[in-house]
Design a protein around this ligand. Structure first.
Ligand SMILES: Nc1nc2c(ncn2[C@@H]2O[C@H](COP(=O)(O)OP(=O)(O)OP(=O)(O)O)[C@@H](O)[C@H]2O)c(=O)[nH]1
Ligand SMILES: [Zn+2]
Length: 299
């Protein structure tokens, strides 16, 4: 909502993108304004909710970031952390029957979701290729995910199978798409985004009739949903994992973690490990446990 006092307009909005030192902010009334952040707020990212204030002699200024639920951060080439997306509710982890699914990568994205406190939903695209390319092992991996509570959606962007169910899962949430090259992330994004949202944001520079064109990173979807999509977000991979973060990313281990004999158990070679016992008793999937061990050895 915007309120006017003298000549200054104030409001709240959500950052659609950053370009250089400037931000594009989508306001409640769906209008978009160009803003410059106050100097101390240089870490503002796409997805942030902010307070802005117009400036009669220049571009509007963002003077406050609302508290974040979470943030996806990457290191720049200079080794400095940079936030690339904020306030993410759901990771849509996309695989396809071709190229062959990498279940260790799916596990890794699930770990990312658990670390962010976001939901993880597994999307299997190219359903039309299932008959020809899906392997028994693949169906078993999906059953394992469903058993521990993750939603699995099968979609086909060619004939729109499953797209409505996907949209429903995304509604009311801020979503990101993750997955390796060729699984169909662009095809899915094009299916779920309304035509208008894909248009690049074009903002008139004050006075001189010049235009700045930039693509948005955050898109409004129907039903109060959002999609944050940019190359950096698509390639996101959590780093700084340690054995504890890793084990916490395997949520089916949770009920057993406190019963291991050693409090710093890595659930590998230690005697009286409750997690390993649960694997032996068939309570935890052997495949998931083996992928956990591989990840542990590669830390
Ligand atoms: N058979 C089939 N092919 C699909 C489907 N969805 C996408 N494809 C094809 O898969 C290929 C990759 O799709 P993209 O949408 O470019 O995949 P991406 O994940 O965005 O790939 P990157 O941009 O490399 O990350 C394209 O040739 C698509 O036409 C589908 O449902 N069925
Ligand atoms: Zn253990």
């Amino acid at each position: 909502m915007s309120t006017e006092t003298h000549d200054v307009t104030k409001g709240t909005g959500r950052v659609i993108t950053r370009f250089g030192a400037e931000l594009l902010v989508r306001c409640d009334d769906k209008s978009t304004i160009r803003c410059a952040p106050k100097r101390k707020l240089e870490n503002i990212a796409c997805g942030d909710w902010v307070d802005w204030q117009s400036n009669p002699t220049g571009i509007a200024r963002v003077d406050k970031i609302h508290k974040r639920k979470n943030a996806i951060t990457r290191l720049t080439y200079r080794g400095k952390p940079r936030t690339i997306a904020a306030n993410v509710d759901q990771l849509l982890i996309v695989s396809a029957w071709l190229p062959e699914p990498f279940w260790d990568l799916v596990d890794r994205y699930i770990i990312a979701a658990e670390q962010l406190g976001a939901e993880a939903t597994i999307v299997i695209n190219k359903q039309d290729l299932a008959e020809q390319y899906a392997k028994q092992e693949g169906w078993r991996a999906l059953a394992d995910y469903e058993k521990i509570g993750y939603k699995v959606l099968h979609v086909n962007t060619k004939d729109s199978t499953g797209i409505d169910a996907l949209k429903e899962t995304m509604s009311g949430k801020t979503n990101i798409l993750l997955g390796r090259s060729g699984v169909g992330k662009s095809s899915i994004a094009n299916k779920i985004m309304p035509e208008a949202a894909i248009l690049t944001a074009e903002i008139s520079e004050s006075g001189e009739g010049r235009h700045t064109t930039t693509t948005a990173d955050l898109y409004d979807l129907a039903d109060d949903g959002y999609l944050i999509d940019s190359p950096g977000v698509r390639d996101y991979m959590p780093d700084n994992l340690d054995p504890i973060k890793l084990a916490n990313g395997y949520i089916e281990f949770q009920p057993y973690l406190n019963s291991c004999r050693f409090s710093n158990c890595t659930h590998n070679h230690e005697p009286q490990c409750s997690v390993r016992q649960a694997v032996e008793e068939g309570e935890i999937s052997t495949s998931r446990y083996e992928r956990y061990l591989d990840a542990l050895n590669n830390l």
